[in-house]
Design a protein around this ligand. Sequence first.
Ligand code: DC
Length: 230
Amino acid sequence: MKKITIAIDGFSSCGKSTMAKDLAKEIGYIYIDSGAMYRAVTLYCIENNLFNPDGSVNSAELEKRIDSIRISFVLNKETSRPETCLDGVNVESRIRTMDVSSRVSLVAALGFVREALVRQQQEMGKAKGIVMDGRDIGTVVFPDAELKIFVTASAEIRAQRRYDELKAKGQEVSFDEILNNVQERDRIDQTREVSPLRKADDAIVLDNSNMTIAEQKEWLKNEFQRAANV
Ligand code: DC
């Protein structure tokens, strides 16, 4: 069966990763969470004092170091899900904190960071058979992907999902703080100069505001079968 490339883009916290992971597992494809890579670089900046006191990024220093930051994925055997490593250390839970979430858009807006990560992402997808989710996968990373999906849902619904997820992990968070974070990230992601979040002309839109995870899964599987002619 021919392998294809699947690009899933969309707003933050709209369930892209869950659907992308589930599909990849079911069809035996590699799954890459490109947002996790931007989050890992952000964590690197926090841990190496590359945020200036005014909250901006020390981009001159980060640019010098960007090619030496190693991001990789390891499979968690219990959950059969890939987890993110930074310089060989598993940082999966550390890249999901509010501290990282509230700073990652600044890091993801830097052209040299995007160039370095896009290069790595294209390398990972060379052999096809990959599902990658993010913001610019269908527009920049894999413009020739056979299947492109653009996922969206209202900001309130996305904030509620994120709130439930963090609560379930035992993190103390407020709904309003999360809603602000979701709206602020939408704004930065859509208005940044380099690779802003936008739907590729040939992407299929999925508004999952009123869909269950099972319904999305079914929908995506059908789209995959159509695109791969299986
Ligand atoms: O999908 P996420 O929320 O984990 O992404 C984290 C941040 O990284 C988000 O602010 C958007 C950015 N991002 C990006 O600019 N390009 C990508 N391909 C993936 C994520």
